[in-house]
Design a binder for this molecule. Sequence first.
Ligand code: ZN
Length: 76
Amino acid sequence: MDGHAHTKQPPTVQATWTSDGTSYRITCPHCFRVHVHGPQPGHRAAHCEPGTPGKVLGYFIEPPADQAPADKERSA
Ligand SMILES: [Zn+2]
């Protein structure tokens, strides 16, 4: 460990909508658990257990390809 965390790029993860369509759901590339984030793409701090390396590195969230289920409800 040399402490140069910035030399390692955070991975990109593909988000899907939560069942209520209000949040992003991702399968964590660090701890392989499911984490839920607010619907905002880009770099986020990982919701891993405190003290794990992935938590510091975080990830880039790729937004879901489809519309939010909540929006589909409204436009139907
Ligand atoms: Zn995690």
